[in-house]
Design a protein around this ligand. Sequence first.
Ligand SMILES: O=P(O)(O)OP(=O)(O)OP(=O)(O)OC[C@H]1O[C@@H](n2cnc3c(O)ncnc32)[C@H](O)[C@@H]1O
Ligand SMILES: [Mg+2]
Length: 199
Amino acid sequence: MKKIVIASNNAGKLREIDAILAPLDFEVFPQSAFNIPEAEEPYCTFIENCLTKARHASAHSGLPALADDSGICVDALNGAPGVYSARFAGEPKSDERNNQKLIESLQGHANRKAHYYCVIVLVRWPEDPQPIIAEGAMYGEIIDTPRGAGGFGYDPYFLIPELGQTGAEIPMAQKNKISHRGKALAELVEKLKSVRGEG
Ligand SMILES: O=P(O)(O)OP(=O)(O)OP(=O)(O)OC[C@H]1O[C@@H](n2cnc3c(O)ncnc32)[C@H](O)[C@@H]1O
Ligand SMILES: [Mg+2]
């Protein structure tokens, strides 16, 4: 069984990633198990921040590390909050204040289209020159009134039109089949199958 550290402090993400990787041949540790300090996320692309988080966790743990960088991109806001989704309403991070700011920013906008994006990176060691990279997206619309108690982050306000339900109304197993994160992890697992040799 291969040990990997998950380079995230977000409990909602960790739950979803665990559920997807659990049936596979991995022994998964959250980075809190190694008291890893939070990495800086200074870049303006998801992939750069994701690589930084993965390398940081691998350096601190001595293990291969998997990072997730994700966010919600709203068409009427020119893709904001995007890479700034976790801190949209400033520090300290707060889902409640982020959601409030999102709804306020969309006042008067008829276009409610948005998508979640996720990139996943797996590095075998801190300076791995060949990280495995996978990505996924999920499309939907922002609603003004929250619905559902599941998920995390922006999920209560993110309506998936084909289902008529928000990300917080569907069970996690269903979210993992269709979400940005679920798709990225599925792609990562496929790519891992073609990796040869050790690591
Ligand atoms: O960096 P780590 O420690 O992993 O945790 P984080 O919450 O800071 O994670 P990001 O920097 O990747 O920011 C992602 C933000 O995007 C939002 N987000 C991402 N995926 C989501 C999902 O599936 N459901 C709801 N919100 C999501 C949520 O606000 C997250 O905090
Ligand atoms: Mg973060």
